[in-house]
Design a protein around this ligand. Sequence first.
Ligand code: 2NL
Length: 363
Amino acid sequence: MTDIQDLTKLEAEFMTAIADAVEEASLEAVRVAALGKKGRVSEMMKSLGGMSADERQTAGPALNSLKNRLTEALAARKAVLAETALEVRLATEKVDVTLPVRESATEAGRIHPLSQVLDEIIAIFADMGFAYEQGPDIESDHYNFTALNFPESHPAREMHDTFYFEPKADGSRLLLRTHTSPVQVRTMEKGKPPFRFICPGRTYRSDSDQTHTPQFHQIEGLVIDETTHMGHLKWVLEEFLAAFFEVEGVELRMRPSFFPFTEPSMEVDVRCARLGNEIRIGEGDDWLEILGCGMVHPNVLKAVGLDPEIYQGFAFGIGLDRIAMLKYGIPDLRAFFESDLRWLRHYGFSALDVPTLAGGLSS
Ligand code: 2NL
């Protein structure tokens, strides 16, 4: 019944079908038609039982080897198809990294101007080798005042309109830090000179009007080494202000001032031009007060265990909110803290626009 010629013809038929299959599904259909439960080869194998012993002796091995060859051919073709499918995907599914970002991705949220300005400042100082230090918002009297050379019951303490917590059993009171200087004290205590770092962060004073909010932001910087002097201070400030305001250079004016933690102490003005509401930094005939600074007071060095006969250095403090307003023309300080999304959409920055000195601070 099954002669060898029939088998040869059948094999040729299936082999052609296997070679012609261009996708896994059609190859699978060929497999089912040949070797599936009701496939042609399977049906023929079932019929072996009804054959004479002689017939079975030739048909059995012939069918078996046909089955093996088909199985092998199916597997080989399957591997080729899988390989081709992968190659097609690799060739067509290219990721074009130069495509513009989808609108929905850029508008997912905005970076608050204060965060933007903070990132800009960190990038500028990092370039000059300054580390970035942080500390707690809730402080002790020691770190906020005493270690910074504020005498006990001195009017300088009232200058700061401090928010105090309820007194503890021993009479001491925790407080919300009035400046970021305690971070500098803590950083000096736990490390060894030379020091070169900035510490930006939230600060608190009981003060509220057009230009003051009870919570605001400061950034302070500190450099301590054996020969650090006021020339270094002036250079660092000039570099910082020119980079921050994205101008070629700035001219500074230093006026004597007073802070308990520096001696001498100075207010720094930067040359500017006022054109109506606009302020241009680095040109013109006007001056704009921009920050306070000085040489670290010997008593502050002593308070953190440094010998003022060996070590000296400078410190400065800048109001982050104010310079953010200046740089980006934001008229009202209080808007920073109101979380008005319309305001944030107008004054905020793209999350994808990360400030770097190489890539541009606010491109
Ligand atoms: C300002 C003035 C200033 C400092 C902050 C400082 C910190 C230590 C020692 C000495 Cl640990 N000084 N900080 C120095 C001078 C001025 O801030 O007007 N800030 C808004």
